[in-house]
Design a binder for this molecule. Structure first.
Ligand SMILES: Cc1cc2nc3c(=O)[nH]c(=O)nc-3n(C[C@H](O)[C@H](O)[C@H](O)COP(=O)(O)O)c2cc1C
Length: 364
């Protein structure tokens, strides 16, 4: 199948991309003290050199005492900003475009159980696995967190990033407000419907928009699933999906990044549209799909040690050509092989590598 549509340009606000391939955000834990160093600079530069359309960085956390759940996650405040400035400069020098994924890990635990922030910021003091983790956030905590997201967005623009992505997926803080299981609040930050529970994300988006101005693209990443709750549905049907997503678009989101583990899985019965397909259909804004692009195994299994083989892009291209979504995020295939985009572009299919979880241990 022809790759033409994958290598056609895309534009949103001030962002102009040469192609539709996005490097998916992937936490690497290689930033001691929260500051990206030269190894991180070189890691992103290599992907830009290979022609990735847009790099979305690993999650990088806002200025709150409990915003990260692993020690070596990078910060997007304080000294972390100088490290990110070097990454942006190197990616631009290689002809690439880059957006930081702005993050607060909320009550989702990291891989090291000994390293846990306290007190945790959570809507209702409950972790994804039902553990009591402290007091619900106060009004002051919420206001400070929203302001910190806004500052990070403004700093990202000042550093020269080309867009920002807010991490609103996978059971982290923003998503904990979306999910009734972790958001049991009875004040304005909670509510019985998904529409009501968008309030926190809406205020974060408004703060980010106020900080970056009208022409700078804002992406928000969303998922139905949460860690350990793979079949969860925040939106059970298209009407609920619209009630969830339209307020986010109205508050300033330009692109929705619809996170799935396998992009070909239908979102609702009766249609083969995936999450990105439905997100675009109910809101009309551009969307990014993701999940096992170019590989035959999914990423949670990879954390458990599973390898994957290269897989044809035909089904992905069929959906892209049909207009289901606009951009395609690729995670492990690009983590594993910095030259993945160039190999696909130049039809060097025999050179595509199998994915080995050993790739997680280094930052090449
Ligand atoms: C090592 C690793 C770290 C990840 N870290 C993040 C992250 O910081 N933020 C995020 O939204 N998703 C994260 N993800 C999920 C990826 O962005 C992506 O959605 C997932 O890997 C599926 O894409 P793939 O099948 O192409 O790998 C991570 C995935 C991996 C493998």
């Amino acid at each position: 199948m022809s790759h033409t549509s994958l290598f056609s340009p895309f534009a949103s606000k001030s962002l102009e991309l040469d192609n539709r391939i996005v490097m998916a955000p992937m936490t690497r834990n290689f930033s001691p003290g929260g500051v990206p160093d030269q190894a991180v600079v070189d890691y992103y530069r290599r992907r830009a050199e290979s022609g990735v359309g847009l790099i979305v960085t690993e999650g990088t956390v806002i200025e709150r005492p409990a915003s990260k759940n692993e020690a070596n996650i990078p910060n997007i405040y304080g000294e972390g900003l100088a490290g990110w400035a070097k990454v942006v400069e190197a990616v631009h020098a290689a002809g690439g475009k880059i957006a930081p994924q702005i993050w607060h890990t909320g009550a989702a635990f990291g891989r090291n159980p000994q390293w846990r922030p306290t007190p945790m910021d959570t809507p209702s003091g409950i972790s994804l696995s039902d553990e009591a983790v402290g007091e619900p956030m106060t009004e002051a905590d919420i206001a400070d967190t929203i302001a910190a997201f806004g500052r990070a967005a403004g700093d990202a623009k000042r550093l020269g990033f080309d867009a920002i992505e807010l991490h609103g997926a996978h059971g982290y803080l923003i998503d904990e407000f979306f999910w009734a299981h972790t958001n049991r609040r009875t004040d304005v930050w909670g509510g019985a419907t998904i529409g009501e529970r968008t309030r926190f994300a809406v205020e974060v988006l408004k703060a980010a928009r106020a900080a970056v101005g009208p022409d700078f693209p804002i992406i928000i990443r969303l998922s139905q699933w949460k860690g350990g709750h793979w079949d969860n549905k925040l939106a059970a049907d298209p009407a609920e999906m619209e009630a969830w997503l339209q307020p986010l678009v109205d508050a300033g989101a330009n692109i929705l990044h619809a996170s799935q583990r396998r992009f070909w899985e239908p979102e609702f019965e009766g249609s083969d549209l995936n999450f990105a397909g439905w997100a675009k259909k109910v809101t009309g804004v551009p969307t990014i799909t993701v999940g096992s692009v170019g590989l035959n195994g999914e990423f949670i299994a990879a954390f458990g040690g599973a390898a994957s083989e290269p897989q044809s892009l035909d089904e992905l291209l069929r959906r892209l050509d049909r207009g289901d979504f606009d951009l395609v995020a690729v995670g492990r295939a690009i983590l594993n092989d910095p030259e993945w985009v160039a190999k696909v572009r130049d039809s060097r299919h025999d050179d595509l590598k199998a994915f080995s979880p050993a790739a997680f241990a280094t930052l090449y």
